[in-house]
Design a protein around this ligand. Structure first.
Ligand code: HEM
Length: 503
């Protein structure tokens, strides 16, 4: 009821009073800027406090949401320090870098990921009774279920359906052609993530999957400085986000209701959640929340991994690795398609007999995962590099500090899968570090390996520009694009041709 009301309110608002609300939003924003809610607090300079970013008023920190990589690099440059702070309305945000900061950041058990992410990311609007309760009470339960989905048996059962999705989506690409990997590979990973984390009814319906993807894209594009800084202000972007969240909620709840009404049990993740008799909010939260976490990160990684392979000598080594698995595990027959043959390879072999794929994933995460880790200090004041991180402050650590650090990774923009992880403390954090590790890693790695194998054995491809001319080198990941790291649109395409194997 609440959410239906919300939609009517949002619709009515959009139609009738957009102008009024925009004017109101502008007035409030103006007052906030004028009275300096985002600026440095007055008073004596505290030498133990991290230096303030010069001019840190609301407008100056807007690039934190839009051009984050540049904003943070600029901050370090302007302050000349390894730690600096700025205010986000009344909150203190401290950006840290360097080895000792990294150690403290990842090992301090009072630095809370959920609290930090909730406020600073602005990814999902907090809907009372829908996402607000989820954020606090039920997250542990969702994480527990995520680990159940990744036990050997359920994960093994996902191999054939994921490969089936690859086949269906890749068949649409045709015998030959050109496509943007940052659209098409991302779409494919969205499909396999819906398959892995929700139910067959949704995953089997391409229109619903496309609709869900569109709605999640709306959530992303609707994240503006205003929606994060002034989440209570019903500006147009916030309404768009609320509306998209409500639509996603309806699709997910519709699928759950349908399954329960039908009384038919299916071997998928939704069924596992229902069989555990979890409360509905946990099931809804599992699907809604993890689809975002899962699809974006795996989609970004797969798009870049496949793009890099378009231009890399180790493509042959990957093909040889997968062919060896096929020779060892698949019952070879001409009538079997590639996806059927790959589905004969057991989970253990995908996990322990693919060193080349592992090195590719490792290097792709280093170079093209533009993550900024966010925490809130829920414990007492802490000192990092002689500077105080007060209790309650937000702390952010950009992964570029370690992964693009030329002392740890010489020539950091070069994609080189033969690199080892740096031996420095927390010298590689592609899947997290210290007390916080990716809880979907096992599933993500499996998806990446299956999709890459289908791509490399199912197609021959190279990188071309918008005129179809072969590119000399892959594009550089754009770390300012905080979710997908995409290069400038229209600069890189995959030109592909089907191999002789049927998909
Ligand atoms: C290539 C794909 C992925 C990458 C590179 C990745 C990376 C990461 C990283 C670096 C973190 C730690 C973040 C931090 O310290 O701030 C993290 C956390 C997390 N990831 Fe992933 N992830 C991926 C896929 C997934 C998938 C598919 C799921 C779910 C199905 C998932 C669920 C989570 C969750 C729930 C956390 C939070 C852990 C916590 O609260 O302690 N991830 N991931």
């Amino acid at each position: 009821m609440y959410t239906v009301g919300l939609q009517s309110a949002a619709d009515a608002f959009l139609v009738s009073s957009l102008k009024t609300q925009v004017v109101l939003a502008l007035i409030v924003l103006f007052i906030l800027i004028l009275f300096g809610f985002g600026s440095q607090k007055d008073g004596a300079v505290d030498s133990a406090a991290p230096v303030f970013l010069p001019g840190s008023h609301l407008l100056a920190i807007a690039p934190f949401f839009r051009q984050r990589f540049e904003f943070l690099n600029d901050g370090f440059r302007k302050t000349g320090q390894s730690l600096f702070q700025f205010n986000m309305l009344r909150e203190t945000v401290i950006v840290v870098s360097g080895e000792s900061a990294r150690k403290s950041f990842f090992s301090n058990k009072h630095f809370d990921l959920t609290e930090g992410f909730k406020v600073l990311s602005g990814a999902i609007p907090i809907l009372k009774g829908v996402t607000s309760d989820l954020q606090t009470k039920r997250i542990a339960q969702i994480h527990k279920r995520l680990s159940s989905v990744q036990r050997n048996e359920p994960l093994s059962h996902l191999i054939a359906p994921i490969l089936g999705d690859c086949r269906r989506v890749m068949e649409i690409w045709g015998q030959s052609g050109t496509f943007d990997p940052f659209e098409k590979i991302y779409e494919l990973l969205f499909q396999t993530t819906v398959r892995s984390l929700s139910c067959d009814e949704l995953a089997d319906d391409p229109a619903q999957v496309a609709r869900l993807k569109e709605l999640y894209d709306t959530l992303d594009s609707g994240t503006t400085p205003a929606t994060v800084l002034l989440p209570w202000l019903p500006g147009p972007s916030m309404l768009k986000k609320l509306w998209a969240t409500k639509q996603i909620y309806d699709i997910v709840v519709g699928a759950i209701d349908e399954r329960q009404r039908s009384g038919i049990s299916k071997p998928d993740t939704l069924q596992m959640l229902l069989d555990e008799q979890d409360e509905r909010l946990v099931i809804v939260g599992f699907i809604m929340g993890l689809l975002v976490a899962g699809a974006r990160a795996t989609g970004t990684t797969a798009s870049w991994l496949i793009t890099y392979l378009g231009d890399h000598e180790c493509k042959d080594a990957v093909i040889a690795e997968v062919e060896l698995l096929l020779a060892n595990y698949a019952s070879y027959s001409d009538s079997c398609s590639l996806s059927q043959q790959l589905s004969c390879i057991p989970l253990e072999a995908w996990e322990s007999e693919t060193p080349v794929l592992d090195s590719l994933i490792r290097e792709t995460l280093r170079i093209a995962q533009p993550h900024t880790a966010m925490r809130r200090n829920m414990g007492p004041d802490v000192t990092i590099d002689g500077k105080t991180i007060p209790s309650g402050a937000y702390v952010v650590y950009p992964f570029s500090d370690v992964h693009l650090n030329k002392d740890l990774y010489p020539d950091p923009w070069k994609f080189d899968p033969s690199r080892e992880e740096s031996a420095a403390p927390f010298g590689y954090v592609g899947w997290g570090g210290g007390g916080t590790h990716c809880l979907g890693q096992r599933l993500a790695r499996l998806e990446l390996k299956l999709v890459t194998s289908m791509m490399l054995l199912g197609f021959r491809y190279c990188l071309v520009d918008n005129k179809g001319e072969q590119l000399d080198a892959p594009p550089r990941p754009n770390w300012n694009d905080i979710l997908l790291c995409r290069p400038e649109k229209g600069t890189c395409f995959l030109k592909h041709e089907k191999s002789v194997l049927s998909l």
